[in-house]
Design a protein around this ligand. Structure first.
Ligand SMILES: NC(=O)c1ccc[n+]([C@@H]2O[C@H](COP(=O)([O-])OP(=O)(O)OC[C@H]3O[C@@H](n4cnc5c(N)ncnc54)[C@H](O)[C@@H]3O)[C@@H](O)[C@H]2O)c1
Length: 401
């Protein structure tokens, strides 16, 4: 089995995802990390020492890490607005990339990343870990079994209790850093809608606004605290209701409610609705076919999928078929270790993962144009296609295969 020397850009926060890849017994090691913040570099080195008994190197400059470390692959887990720069630089240097969602915050940026991977014949995988969750996989299996007939509608309601803590206290709050929270959060769900439908959006429109969080007191300009997660993000159940919140990021201009509707290339009619100040947290999908409907109740811990196949003229919470799920320890319900293994398998065995850069780009394109619609009075926009060459390219293969 090919030995792998791996690195990470953005060593803390989501950078802990890379920890699943540190498997010296399988010849796979995280050897280095880059982060612009000193405290994060220190914390990264200490984490590996304490939890893995490993000596990793920390760099302030990711370019220096790529130049010196002879890496086979790299996790890019830096903030959304860094993805294009970090991924393109690694790919240009023939380092395979695992790139967190959203692929980029502009359509041009997303397309440039795909083109760079293609031109350098270097593997690129996107971190859409929701495709590796038990409940999404089961929903897809149910749909593919044909039990609910031909799918015609997919609707997702997304309740985000922790929206204020996670997305309005730090860089996420400013559209200059995210473009829209339809990417940061919605890129996952738009991708799952596409994946369940087996088709992608061709048209999108929407409405939304900054509502409850518009009046929450902010920190003064200059107090961005980009690198101090603890100060910037007290994540607590007492951060509710919105009137109790304070100390938001100095610039808050992202919508806290986003609602988009999508028409897919196979005629499926879809919708995604997101609220960042709900009291509870769940991604609630329903898929309606010509012979039935499914819906998930909960998306982690103890949760279920109900499937209705007989007509009833009321809303019966118990479907005709029930699938139950139990808590799973791995991050994001077990999806994180699975998707990281997907990256290792891609690099060691050339196995294509369950996510593709093309579909990741399309979810971001849909989110970007959905936000554009929200900001232009609900105008519908067509989603531009990729070039045929990029659309048909296999991003899991490298030039030496
Ligand atoms: N797939 C998922 O389930 C999931 C979950 C959380 C976050 N994410 C994604 O992971 C990425 C990181 O999110 P986060 O919440 O951990 O962000 P974060 O702000 O905590 O940053 C992550 C790390 O990057 C470092 N960093 C910041 N700017 C940097 C720069 N210019 N160069 C190098 N390192 C830098 C930070 O110090 C931190 O260690 C985002 O793109 C986010 O969308 C994905």
């Amino acid at each position: 089995m090919k030995k792998l020397r791996l690195g990470v850009i953005g060593a803390c926060g989501r950078g802990t995802l890379a920890d699943w890849a540190h498997q010296p017994q399988n010849g796979v090691e995280i050897v280095a990390g880059a982060d612009i913040y000193e405290e994060q570099r220190k914390s990264f080195v200490e984490r590996y020492k304490k939890e893995k008994n490993a000596d990793v190197k920390a760099y302030a400059d990711y370019r220096e890490m790529i130049e010196k470390e002879n890496l086979d692959g790299l996790f890019v887990t830096s903030p959304d607005f860094c993805h294009e720069e970090h991924a393109c630089h690694a790919l240009q240097n023939k380092v395979a990339v695992y790139l967190e969602k959203p692929i980029a915050i502009t359509l041009e940026g997303a397309d440039r990343i795909l083109k760079t991977a293609h031109d350098n014949k270097t593997p690129l995988m996107l971190g859409h870990n929701m495709r590796y969750m038990d409940f999404t996989r089961k929903m897809r299996e149910i749909i593919q079994s044909g039990v609910i007939g031909e799918v015609k509608a997919i609707w997702c309601r997304h309740f985000i209790s922790y929206g204020g803590d996670a997305y309005f206290r730090d860089w996420h709050a400013d559209i200059a850093n995210t473009n829209t929270l339809l990417l940061q959060k919605g890129a996952h769900d738009i991708d799952i809608i596409h994946w369940l439908a087996g088709a992608r959006s061709v048209r999108v429109n929407g409405f939304g606004a900054l509502t409850a969080y518009g009046s929450v007191p902010r920190r003064p300009l200059g107090d961005e605290q980009m690198g101090n997660l603890n100060l910037a993000r007290p994540w607590t159940l007492s951060s509710y209701p919105p009137e109790n919140l304070k100390d938001f990021y100095p610039t808050v201009n992202n919508e806290d409610i986003n609602m988009i509707t999508m028409q897919l290339e196979n005629g499926v009619q879809a919708s995604y609705m997101q609220c960042h100040f709900a009291p509870d947290a769940c991604r609630n999908y329903t898929v309606i076919g010509t012979r039935g409907r499914l819906e998930n109740f909960g998306d982690n811990g103890y949760h279920s999928i109900q499937v209705w196949t007989k007509r009833t003229d009321r809303y019966d919470l118990n479907g005709d078929i029930t699938y139950r799920f139990e808590p799973n320890d791995g991050g994001h319900g077990g999806a994180d270790p699975r998707i990281v293994q997907g990256f290792i398998d891609m690099l060691q065995k050339g196995v294509a993962p369950d996510t593709t850069p093309q579909w990741a780009r399309h979810s971001v394109a849909t989110g970007i144009l959905g936000a554009k619609s929200i900001r232009t009075g609900g105008t519908p926009y067509e989603i531009p296609a990729l070039s045929e060459e990029l659309e048909n390219y296999d991003f899991s293969q490298s030039s030496d295969k």
